[in-house]
Ligand binder design. Structure first.
Ligand code: SF4
Length: 264
């Protein structure tokens, strides 16, 4: 069986940067070091960081002192203010692409647009962007049956979760076109995501089956698996080699492998 690797796969710029910042912060060793949530959506990589003394917390109320690293997903501004007011040191590893989306959301909200963030409502990056976008901002999950129900304004500004599939973004935008009199769109899907999605799709079309490596809780990795399945390819999303089943490879001649942006 021949094995092919997607041209672009694995750690992206933003995740590499966040991990580097986390290790540098741990090395400096000024008091306990925490990450606000898991630094990346990859349980195995998070365990490695824990061995270096960098522990994830779920909320600032879990700690009294020390340093908290903001992961690449970013946070709403109220988290930064709370840390500051409680004397907790903040090291900000928000990915610059996510930071840009936050700034654009803030700018749209300030200009009177109702901001629509297209993405997964429960994803930390989306919650962070929403926090910058003003009181009327809403999240439209591309899986919503009728996104129109959530919109109260006809002046709408749109931002995408950085790991969104382009066709899902386009589909929500065409719905918004039916109700908006003024529509301002920022395509904030990041280039690392686009490259991984395109090269995964190209590879999936050439092989018999696809293995997608990465955290089951990673949005961008799950999307790669979703893409492979969308072209009818038999696809397995795994986190570790232990999950591989030899039966998957019977009668297969070409195997494609890709990995999410949070996969080492
Ligand atoms: S996927 Fe893109 S936005 Fe997200 S951390 Fe990586 S480079 Fe940044």
């Amino acid at each position: 069986m021949k094995v092919f690797l997607a041209e672009y796969s694995g750690f992206c710029f933003g995740v590499k940067r966040a991990i580097k910042i986390a290790f540098q912060t741990a090395k400096r060793g000024h008091g306990p070091v925490y990450t606000y949530g898991s630094l990346i959506h990859n349980p195995q990589a998070v365990q490695e960081l824990e061995k270096k003394g960098v522990k994830p917390i779920r909320s600032l109320s879990d700690i009294h002192k020390g340093t908290v690293i903001i992961r690449s997903h970013g946070v709403p501004p109220k988290i930064m203010s709370e840390a500051k007011s409680r004397g907790i040191t903040v090291v900000d590893a928000t990915c610059p692409f996510v930071r840009k989306a936050q700034e654009l959301a803030f700018s749209l909200g300030s200009q009177g647009y109702q901001v629509v963030v297209v993405g997964e409502a429960d994803h930390p990056e989306v919650k962070g962007i929403l926090g910058h976008a003003g009181d009327r901002a809403v999240v439209l999950d591309y899986r919503d049956n009728d996104p129109r129900l959530r919109i109260t304004s006809r002046k709408i500004g749109v931002i995408a979760q950085t790991t969104l599939l382009l066709d899902k973004f386009q589909s929500v935008i065409s719905t918004l076109l039916e109700i908006a009199t003024e529509l301002k769109i920022y395509n904030t899907i990041c280039s690392a995501t686009t490259l991984r999605q395109e090269s995964t799709l190209n590879l999936a079309e050439e092989v018999d089956l696809m293995i997608v490596l990465g955290g089951k809780n990673s949005a961008n990795t799950s999307r790669l698996a979703e893409l492979c399945r969308s072209v009818g390819k038999r696809t397995y999303h795994i986190e570790t080699p232990k999950e591989l089943d030899p039966a998957w490879f019977r009668n297969s001649h070409k195997l494609g492998i890709t990995a999410g942006a949070s996969t080492p």
